[in-house]
Design a protein around this ligand. Structure first.
Ligand code: RIB
Length: 307
């Protein structure tokens, strides 16, 4: 791997959560109390996970976000710093650090409720204060666990600065504002998010290809729909739609698999690797992550992928 000074830069604008994770035989029904088997408290949040993935997979990373002035915030910050992630643009707010309540079932599926807390304090002004962090990056990643006005400000600033812009539209609650799509180089939803963004069914790779084409027609330059064990349906500029098969693995916990894919993909793009190879590399990283429990603890290093 290149030295820290020469590694390419990825800036992540996004959320940090303390994940409170219960493992149970299945996900609970409404009104039901279910006995869980284990409990763990682990570092998570889509922004933090993507930052850790990009760092472990080869990039020099800066994190732009906000934690609370509490023990969770201190632990999340220390975890990022231990990965060598630059936290100069990670602010400390007035709200409690964000949390995610996660249940993982025996089929390794999860259900997640997030409470934004200090993630809600990342504002367009925060982006303006730390624009130098975006200016120093090659690739900028955003998700939707910070306020939408903030995400728009970050996408617009990154586009104006000529960066490669990735949006992971998670969690998605409806279509993206039309003016956002031309700001995005790589829009990376999972199948649920692709369905929410387009209003179309996305239950198969063919339907994912249709949704991706709709999102490209609306202005996103490239769209990658992650389909878990069925792979990644790609709609890339100037190319025919293609399904990248997923490596076959025994899944233990799928939490942060998408985040690992996105961080790994961004690290490769920042290095100048071509998109096809970047997708395959990121798939290998995500596949390894689902064989291990937890969000950030499950994310592999570049050495584990063979350097
Ligand atoms: O993508 C997984 C993440 O979603 C978890 O770590 C949790 O914090 C939620 O943000």
């Amino acid at each position: 791997m290149a030295s820290k000074e020469t590694r390419s830069r990825v800036a992540v604008v996004g959320s940090l959560n303390m994940d409170l994770v219960a493992r149970a035989p299945r996900l609970p029904h409404p009104g039901e109390t279910l006995a869980g088997r284990t409990f763990a408290q682990v570092a998570g949040g889509k922004g933090g996970n993507q930052a850790v993935a990009a760092a472990r997979l080869g990039a020099q990373v800066s994190m732009l976000g906000c934690v609370g002035a509490d023990a969770n915030g201190a632990q999340l910050r220390a975890g990022l710093e231990a990965e060598g992630i630059d936290c100069a643009a990670l602010e400390t707010g007035r709200e409690a650090t964000g949390v995610a309540l996660i249940v993982v079932d025996d089929a390794s599926q999860n259900a997640i409720v997030i409470v934004a807390g200090s993630n809600g304090e990342v504002t367009p002004e925060t982006i303006a204060r730390h624009e130098a962090v975006l200016a120093a990056a090659d690739v900028v990643i955003c998700q939707l666990e910070t306020p939408l006005a903030t995400v728009h400000a970050a996408l617009a600033a990154a586009r104006r600065l000529g960066k490669t812009v990735i949006l992971n539209p998670a969690p998605a609650t409806g279509p993206l504002p039309a003016e956002w799509l031309p700001l995005i180089d790589y829009l990376i939803p999972n199948e649920l998010e692709a369905a929410t963004l387009t209003g179309l069914p996305v239950g198969s790779p063919e339907e994912a290809a249709t949704a991706a084409a709709v999102l490209r027609a609306a202005g996103a330059r490239n769209v990658l729909v992650t389909l878990g064990p069925r792979g990644v349906q790609a709609a890339l500029e100037g190319a025919a739609p293609v399904l990248y098969d997923a490596p076959k693995v025994e899944a233990v916990d799928t939490t942060a698999a998408g985040d690992t894919f996105i961080g790994g993909f961004a690290a490769q793009l920042a290095e100048g690797v071509d998109v096809d190879a970047a997708i395959r590399f990121a798939q290998r990283a995500a596949a390894l992550s689902v064989t291990r429990a937890g969000a950030q603890p499950s994310i592999p290093t570049r050495a584990e992928l063979g350097g």
